[in-house]
Design a protein around this ligand. Structure first.
Ligand code: SAM
Length: 261
């Protein structure tokens, strides 16, 4: 983890850690440091306390508008390669807001093409509880506030919560994975990794993650990162910026199995 990444959310993390101290009956962080030395398993609690889960639909609208303009290129890329589907991976998907936004983008934003392919979407997160919520696909109104109104009205049934209609939950697979330990097998035409590795992880871990991501992008495939994020040292050898909205294209020729960082 890198402390500067937590600048905007550190109160939340400190509050969680203080509540843990209270639970353990410890006086201060010096005592907690000693406790951690004596109980190494406790590091997983610290790790969980450092997880920021904020997300919402259509977060950073200009990025999704730009991505929408790139979708036909990704479809074309998959068709040219002879792939049977357009494969996307959403890393750190929280409660599903981002991955369902992608699904809505594909449904509402892609022009009717003569040739089409199914979109196969994998969404991963370290937090099983968030993944259960993602699978349910029900949200409060506030989470949807940035989503175009017409999409909201067509894609959700509104009662106490806004729940995605089944058609908009199809083709998405959710898996629990810690991106530091494990990444999906296979290759993707599009990877979204926003407000996770390139915000909260320290530089050498960021490089490791970027290397893993670029290995999983097909040549010409695209990566979307968060609005306030930048890529770690060495990215220029792997990727080319498509726009100033955090979209990068894999410029390496071999993709899977190679690592330059
Ligand atoms: C701030 S949210 C970002 C959600 C979404 N990508 C977005 O930009 O709106 C970060 C997400 O990353 C997940 N996360 C944190 N550490 C992770 C790890 N090591 N592996 C996979 N997911 C992780 C958290 O559980 C959380 O859901």
């Amino acid at each position: 983890m890198r402390w500067t990444g937590f600048r905007r959310v550190r109160r939340q993390v400190c509050r969680r850690l203080k509540s843990r101290l209270k639970q353990l009956g410890l006086d201060d962080f010096t005592d907690y440091a000693a406790y951690l030395l004596a109980h190494p398993d406790e590091w997983s609690v610290v790790d969980a306390c450092c997880r920021i889960t904020i997300s919402r639909f259509y977060r950073d609208a200009p990025a999704f508008e730009q991505l929408c303009r790139e979708l036909p290129k990704l479809l074309h890329l998959a068709i040219t390669r002879g792939d049977k589907s357009v494969r996307c991976w959403c890393a750190g998907c929280a409660s599903g807001e981002e991955v369902y936004t992608l699904k809505l983008l594909e449904y509402f934003g892609l022009p009717d093409a003569e040739i089409s392919l199914p979109w196969q979407i994998l969404a991963t997160d370290i937090d099983g509880h968030l993944l259960s919520r993602a699978r349910r696909g029900c949200y409060s109104a506030g989470t949807l506030r940035e989503l175009p109104q017409a999409w909201r009205e067509e894609a959700f049934t509104a009662n106490e919560h806004y729940c995605l209609k089944p058609a908009f939950r199809e083709g998405i697979q959710f898996e629990q994975q810690d991106i530091r330990q494990q990444m999906p097998l296979g290759s993707f035409h599009l990877i979204l990794c926003r407000n996770l590795a390139f915000t909260y992880f320290e530089p050498s871990l960021q490089q490791q993650i970027l290397s893993g991501i670029s290995q999983r992008l097909v040549p010409g495939g695209m990566l979307l990162i968060g609005r306030r994020e930048s890529l770690p040292h060495g990215w220029q050898e792997l990727l080319f910026p498509v726009s100033d909205r955090g979209i990068y294209q894999n410029i390496t020729s071999s993709g899977w199995g190679q690592s330059k960082i």
